[in-house]
Ligand binder design. Structure first.
Ligand SMILES: NC(=O)c1ccc[n+]([C@@H]2O[C@H](COP(=O)([O-])OP(=O)(O)OC[C@H]3O[C@@H](n4cnc5c(N)ncnc54)[C@H](O)[C@@H]3O)[C@@H](O)[C@H]2O)c1
Length: 453
């Protein structure tokens, strides 16, 4: 099929590359010219495992190309995907300006009937608005056709996006016209050997389902984080409780890990957008408000723990941060818990030595003054940032942080203190090695023994 994907971000780029991999002819349209230039050279502008290899392969095969011009991208396209950003507006609702601008331009430039598909996460009723705007302009231009707009929300996870897209848990197709559903069913057939995972529904139900899914996952995280807070007070280790409840199939093992809060480009903004939608309908979204409030609190816990540990005397301390991206496997910093911690530490006069396998460049750009004054030192090595530190804080649980050489680390730190923001370490083992260990919702263990060297 001939496909156009508008927006070369995490979703647009992965979708375009994976559709090309299945033999479709894809043009990905991106308004940012420098991004298009990099993509045309086969360079991925974002970090996503496996993406660059797919881009290179399909640029070479001619199945995939990039353009800054919508008219080029939609020429003879049978399906046009809208995959531009829908950030939070000032009042928390989804800012649809990018989506609607694309709709207007499609109305101005389309020369043939095609199926338009919202892949961006958009509130209920958006497909109808997009269709109205496109078809009004087509009418003004005297075109004798109309487009149908479907919803196909995306469920990929950054860090495993290619795999998620190639082997989806399910594909949701919201379309009120059978011909549109059929076209999308054919497009996705190679991705779904088990067709029970293709779910067709009304446009509005598909739009709503994406928000409900993210809100539910965020709720699980905030629930376990609230339990963790109570565990810490009652001398219980939340990790034991997690195992104790996760084996119940009705609860499940996923998304019940206590930690320093969720971030990213989806959960925070989608929870906010759903809160706003409920308010607009006159419904009190009590659960969603609590989810958001708990998460905001959770992001402050590591700083509170450090302040308590140093009895309020943080100025001049050296703190090492392990992990900056909002989760492992991505360079995405949007709403990352690390940013809340970094802001608080820098404001308190702490010298921060931070590392991340892929996100340091973005952090350096964001914190240029602190980097220039050497209050923030960035590295890709967890060992170098631990050197001379009064405490290490694990913020993002990258695989390479899971089993470091703690004897070496203890020897290089000023004081062997470890704050585990994701509860990935064996507290007893660290205590035996001479660390003071503190997790989230776990009893503190061990005593920091100063290195005698
Ligand atoms: N990132 C995720 O993990 C994820 C997962 C599922 C769904 N989503 C949803 O998908 C949508 C896109 O998210 P993202 O993370 O890929 O966003 P992103 O910000 O990474 O990418 C959006 C891209 O669209 C481009 N763009 C904006 N307006 C344009 C226009 N008029 N023409 C061409 N390009 C334009 C931007 O320059 C940018 O490169 C959002 O609605 C998001 O909620 C994201």
């Amino acid at each position: 099929m001939r496909i156009c994907v508008i927006g070369a971000g995490y979703v647009g780029l992965v979708s375009a590359a994976c559709f090309a991999e299945m033999g479709n002819r894809v043009v990905c349209v991106e308004r940012d010219g420098s991004r298009v230039a990099r993509l045309a050279r086969g360079e991925a502008p974002i970090y996503e495992p496996g993406l660059e290899a797919l881009l290179k392969a399909h640029l070479a095969s001619g199945q995939l190309s990039f353009s800054q011009h919508l008219a080029t991208g939609i020429e003879r396209a049978e399906i046009v995907f809208i995959a531009v950003g829908t950030p939070s507006g000032e009042d928390g609702s989804a800012d649809l300006s990018h989506v609607l601008a694309v709709a207007d331009e499609l109305g101005e430039r389309l020369q043939q009937a095609c199926l338009v598909v919202d892949k961006s996460t958009v509130p209920v009723g958006t497909a109808e608005r997009v269709a109205q705007r496109i078809n009004a302009r087509l009418g003004q231009r005297g075109k004798g056709f109309k487009v149908v707009v479907a919803s196909n929300p995306e469920f990929l996870k950054e860090g495993s996006a290619i795999d998620d897209f190639m082997r989806p848990d399910r594909v949701l197709i919201g379309c009120d016209e059978p011909a549109g559903s059929e076209l999308l069913r054919r497009l996705y057939a190679p991705f779904l050997r088990n067709h029970e995972r293709l779910l067709c529904m009304s446009v509005r139900a598909a739009e709503f389902s994406k928000y409900a899914a993210n809100a539910f996952l965020a709720t699980k995280i905030s629930f376990i984080n609230e339990m963790a807070g109570l565990c810490a007070r009652q001398g219980v280790d939340i990790e034991e409780v997690r195992r104790g409840i996760g084996s119940d199939k009705r609860i499940g093992t996923h998304f019940i890990y206590a930690g320093c809060g969720y971030g990213g480009s989806c959960f925070p903004k989608d929870v906010r957008a759903l809160i706003r939608a409920a308010e607009q309908e006159g419904i009190e979204p009590g659960i969603l408000r609590a989810v958001e409030a708990r998460n905001a609190l959770q992001k402050t816990l590591l700083f509170q723990a450090l302040r308590e540990h140093f009895s309020g005397h943080l100025h001049g301390r050296v703190v090492a941060l392990w992990g900056l991206a909002f989760k492992p496997g991505t360079d995405d910093l949007r709403e990352a818990p690390s940013l809340v911690l970094l802001d608080a530490l820098l404001a308190a006069g702490v010298v921060v030595q931070a590392c991340d396998p892929v996100a340091t460049a973005a952090v350096a750009a964001r914190y240029a003054p602190a980097v220039a004054s050497a209050q923030l030192r960035l590295s890709e090595s967890l060992y170098s940032v631990a050197e001379g530190a009064d405490a290490v804080v694990l913020v993002t649980e990258w695989k390479q942080f899971r089993q470091p050489d703690f004897v070496r680390i203890r020897g290089s730190m000023r004081m062997p203190v470890l704050f585990d923001g994701r509860n990935i370490y064996d507290a007893k083992q660290l205590a035996q090695l001479g660390f003071l260990y503190r997790g989230i919702g776990r009893p503190a263990l061990g005593q920091a023994r100063e290195h005698a060297a």
